[in-house]
Ligand binder design. Sequence first.
Ligand code: FAD
Length: 433
Amino acid sequence: ESCKLSGHVDECCNCTYQDVDRLNAALHPLLRQVVRTPFFRYFKVNIYCDCPLWPDDSMCALRACSVCECEQSEVPPTWRQLEQGGQAAEEEGSCNSNTCAAELDGKVNSTVDPDTALKLLNLKGWRGFNNPWMAEGEGDEEYLYVNLLINPERYTGYAGEHAHRIWRAIYSQSCFRSGSSDSEVSDSSSRSGGPPALSPTSLPPDWCPEKRVFYRLISGMHASISAHISANYLLNEERGQWGHNLTDFRMRLGRPELRDRIENLYFAYLFVLRAVTKAAPLLARYDYVTGFGAEEDAATAQLMKGLLTSPELASSCPMPFDEGRLWKGSDGLALREELRAAFVNITRIMDCVGCEKCKLWGKLQTLGVATALKVLFSSSDCNNALPTSPALSTLALERNEVIALVNLLERFSASIEYYRQLSAELQGVEGVE
Ligand code: FAD
């Protein structure tokens, strides 16, 4: 049972915390298997980029911060081949970064056959092309492949003012400030301490449901990062011993007054789960090809099918989140534009994270959230109409988007498990109920 969490995760849906725990107990082992497959463990990312927002002052010098990049020979062969073949078509001007899904589809189709077009779309995923919730790259970034399994998200020692400045920049986005409409990234590093500790109960009363959703998504992602740190802590550097740190957990998530952070984690989990179940028809027939062998690729597709058709999905929480209730007001379009601009800024702020491994996971998770937002809200970028859910026939997900979305769900799922385990351990130690 969920430790001291009771009631519904969100007023819109019928899922209780206990439903989520039951559901997650069934999904978590499946997700763990899925993210270990070759398709899901290689992520293409640019982590050596400069911070576009303020002078890049410090990089984390700790060993735990560094990322081990893949040897060329380790990169899935089909992806390498596609990149070499795709380069030529790209240079012919078949795609450009400002196009939305429909336009991109059309242009690619006019120059190459549909199969290649789909593969080209997959190929383009690492730049966040075709995702209106991601900042556009300049096109000259240096990307590398990273094996996520040998670069796990855990304690790195990245902390203090540098890390706080990132979180402050994120939480001080204009959409999180009451009564402001400017959407510039602000670096409020002159203020000391962390961002203001907002909680769902103390969220400003003038916040509309859409802003609450956004705030809870970011806070839930922050809570998930915290859970991974406390559960995978460097306990003894000399002996290389990693494990649960209950003192750290208590400080970050384990106290009753921080319950809103956990509630936001559960909320974020359901939001991403809704995006995954909504995109299920597309994910079920996605081409999980790596070139490591037909059997291995087929096994990945089979695992995904098992995840997407888990009976627990229908029985425990059939409607994890109801996106249809958002953007209903007369200002729906303007509001979505404001929140989109803020989220794009947040994806830029990730370039300023001063620890490679934190940046890797920060970028993966923001691309995962951007993909969930795209699945749920971005059908109408071409015609400027009010946002509605995209029709699955026009939804195209790039390879890196699929990888980020599913890994993000696994992160949130693991964090819920960590929270349950560490809470129980903490209760045991403190002898409280
Ligand atoms: P922080 O987590 O830095 O939080 C700062 C302030 O934010 C808190 O004082 C509180 O007021 C508020 N706050 C905290 N949690 C929430 C929440 N869930 N919702 C709302 N408000 C909240 N460190 C690692 O060791 N490993 C990593 O992989 C890692 N990844 C990171 C990724 C990113 C993108 C960033 C920005 C930082 C990452 N860090 C990582 C650093 C880590 O998140 C903390 O900043 C650091 O451990 C210092 O923690 P802290 O206790 O000072 O509080």
